[in-house]
Design a protein around this ligand. Structure first.
Ligand code: LMR
Length: 398
C-alpha cells in the first residue's frame, strides 16, 4: 500500500531543526525556528513555571479526562490576558475559549470549525505570512490567497495596498491577521491602522481571525493586545488563536487557546457546542500539564509578577541582540544599512538576505535561517553574535 508514496518536502521551519541536529560543526547556530534561548544558548525553564510545577508535583493530582474545551481556570486566564480582566465582552458571556494544542492547534480547530460554518469562503493571509498558515488553512479545505503586507522598499507595511485589498474582498471572506510581532517580517500595524482594519472588516462583512503567538514580545502584555482590544471594542465577531509556547517557554507542552467573540451569551453556547464537536472528533480533550501550569501562574499574584518580569527580561534581551547585531555588522564593514533590524518587533528579523545567501550561511558557517531570509534574534547571544555578524558580512559582501 505504500509503494507509490512520494517523499514529502521537509517543513520549511521545523525541517531546519532536523538539518541543524544532524550538523556536526561545533560553531553551528540555529536562527531558524522561533524559539527563545538565553545567553547561554539554552531554552529557559522560567522560575514561575518551576515554582508552579514544584507545587503540582507535591500535590500529585490524579489525571482524569479534562473537559473537551479544557478547564475553566485556564480558559478564563486566557480571556483576561487577551481582552483585559475588565472586559465587558467577558462579563456578557460573549467570549468562548477552548484550550488547544499550541497556537497551531488553535488555528486548526478554528479552521475546521470555520469550514463547517462557511464552507465556501476563501482565506486571506498576509504576503508574506508564517509558512504554516497557508498549509493549515488549505488542509482544512479552504482556498488561500494573499493580501499585500510587506513593503521591501520601506521594510514596513504596505498599508495602502493591504487596506485596498481588504476593502474589495467578498463578504464572508476569512482574514488572518498577525495581532503583534508579525511573523516573519517583524513589521506591525500602528494603532490607527488597526482601527482602519476593523472598519474594513465591518464594512465588508469579513471574518477576522487574529493570530497572537507572541504576546509580550514587542512592548508588553497589554500593549501587544492592541489589535485584539480594537476588535473587542468594535462590536464585531472574531476569532483569536493564542499561544504560551514562547511567552511561558513551554514549546513542547503545546499550550494554546482558541477564543471566539460572539454576539451574545446564547450564541456563545451554540458556537461552543459546535467547536467541542470539532475537538472531540480530533483529539477528544487537551492534555493537563501545560495548561495547569499556566493557570497556576496566572492565578497567583506572586507567580504572575515573576512571569511578567521574566517575560520582560526575554523581550529586553532580544532588543539588545538587535542593537548588537546592527553594531557588529557595521564593525565588520558592511556598507548596507541594517538599522531596520532595531525597528522590527518580536523574535524575528526579515533580513532581506536572499535564498542563496541563506544557503551560504548554512553550508559555509553552519548558521541556519529560513530560506526567505527570516532569522530568529532570540537565538543570538553574547557568545555567538560576533560569529553570526562575521558570517552575514561575508555573504552580503559577496
Ligand atoms: C516559527 O515560526 O518558527 C514558530 O512559530 C515555530 C513554528 O511552529 O513554526
Amino acid at each position: 500500500i505504500f509503494a507509490a508514496v512520494e517523499m514529502a518536502p521537509r517543513d520549511p521551519i521545523l525541517g531546519l531543526n532536523e538539518a541543524f541536529a544532524a550538523d556536526t560543526r561545533a560553531e553551528k547556530v540555529n536562527l531558524g525556528v522561533g524559539v527563545y534561548y538565553d545567553d547561554n544558548g539554552k531554552i529557559p525553564l522560567l522560575g514561575a513555571v518551576k515554582a508552579a510545577e514544584k507545587a503540582r508535583l507535591e500535590a500529585m493530582p490524579p489525571r482524569g479526562y479534562q473537559p473537551i474545551e479544557g478547564p475553566a481556570a485556564y480558559n478564563n486566564a486566557v480571556q483576561n490576558l487577551l481582552l483585559g480582566k475588565d472586559s465587558a465582552l467577558i462579563a456578557n458571556g460573549q467570549v468562548i475559549t477552548v484550550e488547544a494544542l499550541g497556537g497551531t492547534g488553535a488555528l486548526k480547530v478554528g479552521a475546521d470549525y470555520l469550514k463547517r460554518l462557511l464552507p465556501g469562503a476563501t482565506v486571506y493571509i498576509s504576503d508574506p505570512s508564517w509558512e504554516n498558515h497557508r498549509a493549515l488553512f488549505e488542509s482544512a479545505g479552504f482556498p488561500v490567497e494573499n493580501y499585500p503586507y510587506y513593503d521591501a522598499a520601506t521594510r514596513g507595511v504596505n498599508f495602502a495596498g493591504m487596506k485596498a485589498k481588504l476593502e474589495q474582498l467578498a463578504p464572508g471572506s476569512i482574514v488572518v491577521l498577525h495581532a503583534c510581532c508579525h511573523n516573519p517580517t517583524g513589521a506591525d500595524l500602528s494603532d490607527a491602522q488597526w482601527n482602519d482594519v476593523v472598519e474594513a472588516c465591518r464594512s465588508r462583512g469579513l471574518v477576522p481571525f487574529l493570530d497572537m503567538a507572541y504576546q509580550g514580545f514587542a512592548d508588553g502584555i497589554d500593549a501587544d493586545a492592541v489589535a485584539v482590544r480594537a476588535f473587542s471594542a468594535s462590536g464585531l465577531q472574531f476569532f483569536v488563536s493564542s499561544s504560551f509556547s514562547k511567552s511561558f517557554s513551554l514549546y513542547g507542552e503545546r499550550v494554546g487557546a482558541l477564543s471566539i467573540v460572539t454576539a451574545g451569551k446564547d450564541e456563545s453556547a451554540r458556537v461552543l457546542s459546535q467547536v467541542k464537536r470539532v475537538i472531540r472528533t480530533n483529539y477528544s480533550n487537551p492534555p493537563i500539564h501545560g495548561g495547569a501550569i499556566v493557570a497556576a501562574v496566572l492565578s497567583s499574584p506572586e507567580l504572575r509578577q515573576m512571569w511578567e518580569d521574566e517575560l520582560a527580561g526575554m523581550r529586553e534581551r532580544i532588543r539588545a541582540m538587535r542593537t548588537g547585531l546592527v553594531e557588529q555588522l557595521k564593525a565588520e564593514g558592511v556598507a548596507q544599512d541594517f538599522s531596520f533590524v532595531i525597528k522590527q518587533r518580536g523574535m524575528f528579523s526579515y533580513t532581506g538576505l536572499t535564498a542563496d545567501q541563506v544557503e551560504r550561511l548554512k553550508s559555509e558557517f553552519g548558521i541556519y535561517a529560513v530560506s526567505t531570509g527570516r532569522i530568529c534574534l532570540a537565538a543570538l547571544n553574547s557568545k555567538n553574535i560576533g560569529y553570526v555578524a562575521k558570517a552575514i558580512a561575508a555573504v552580503v559582501k559577496g
